[in-house]
Design a protein around this ligand. Structure first.
Ligand code: NAP
Length: 276
């Protein structure tokens, strides 16, 4: 697709942003759907997020994705916040509406539940779930599980203060208390950054009957996933979550069904260098 005077622009804003695989995924999707659209990555200083969003709106962008560190700040900038984004406490997708209003959505929660369905055939409703990590991602995923009617959601974190706002929604615990609840849960989710560096691990010790989801997708197999597979547990990495949050954002912007398999292939190529 040639960029020309009619090309519509979408973007991801983050800081840092050079590592992002989102342009590969979205540009492949636009091409597959024959859309004269282009998706770019912009490093945006958090102090300038407001002017960057207003600028994108005034330049006629279709929408943007937001990643670290912008997702919480954006709640205060957009004109309208979708109810689920408000509940999850973060905006990762902005739609610039024809009226000129900016509407903020959160597609990470959708991406997570879609990934669990696809990877494990798992629906959180009525189920017992442990989420380790109460940063932006962990709090949003725990809240999504609660909104989906999970039977019990345990949320564990190293720093106790980050659990304060979650006490009414979840059973909060320290990392030291995690082993005591493992027998009570079906799904274990790593939503910490532990595992991004090869070799580092939280030593969670899953058993063979657990489902284990690591939100980390690079490296493709963390120590947690390796340990899970070694016990016979079913395990999946975070690429499926990244894919499905992107597919939902594509649909919010274009009002077309996302070409999920094309996006998956482009993402795998961008992250792993092949389409396995
Ligand atoms: P964040 O807000 O910075 O939170 C980081 C989390 O990791 C906190 O819970 C932090 O605990 C914990 N942590 C870091 N180092 C630790 C250590 N040595 N021991 C124990 N806990 C440690 O980051 P985030 O945005 O929530 O992202 C968290 C993870 O989710 C990252 O790995 C990211 O790649 C992943 N993620 C994946 C997707 C996807 O689409 N697949 C999307 C978003 C995020 P403290 O509070 O104690 O510091």
């Amino acid at each position: 697709m040639q960029i020309n005077g009619s090309t519509r622009i979408a973007a991801v804003f983050g800081d840092p942003i050079a590592h992002t695989a989102s342009p590969a995924m979205h540009n492949a999707a636009f091409a597959a759907c024959g859309l004269n659209w282009a998706y770019i990555a912009c490093r945006v200083d958090p102090q300038k997020l407001r002017s960057a969003l207003y600028g994108a709106r005034d330049l006629g962008f279709a929408g943007v994705n937001l990643t670290v560190p912008h997702k919480v700040l954006a709640l205060e900038i957009v004109d309208d916040v979708d109810p689920e984004a408000r509940q999850l406490g973060a905006v990762n997708t902005v739609v610039f509406e024809p009226s000129g209003r900016m509407r903020g959505y959160n597609t990470d929660g959708y991406g997570f539940t879609k990934a669990l369905a696809e990877d494990f055939g798992f629906n959180p409703t009525g189920r017992r779930i442990l989420i380790v990590g109460a940063g932006g991602a962990g709090r949003a995923l725990a809240t999504k599980c609660v909104l989906e009617g999970a039977g019990k959601v345990y949320l564990a974190n190293r720093t106790a203060a980050k659990l304060d706002t979650m006490r009414e929604r979840c059973h909060v615990l320290s990392l030291a208390e995690v082993p005591a609840v493992l027998d009570d849960v079906e799904l274990i989710v790593n939503a910490t950054s532990v595992g991004l560096k090869p070799g580092e691990t939280l030593n969670l010790k899953p058993g063979g009957r657990h489902l284990v989801y690591d939100t980390i997708y690079n490296p493709p197999e963390t120590e947690l996933l390796r340990a899970a597979k070694a016990t016979g547990a079913r395990a999946a990495n975070g690429l499926s979550m990244l894919l499905h949050q992107g597919a939902r954002a594509f649909e919010l912007w274009t009002q077309q069904t996302a070409p999920v398999d094309v996006m998956r292939g482009a993402l795998r190529q961008a992250v792993y260098g092949d389409e396995r």
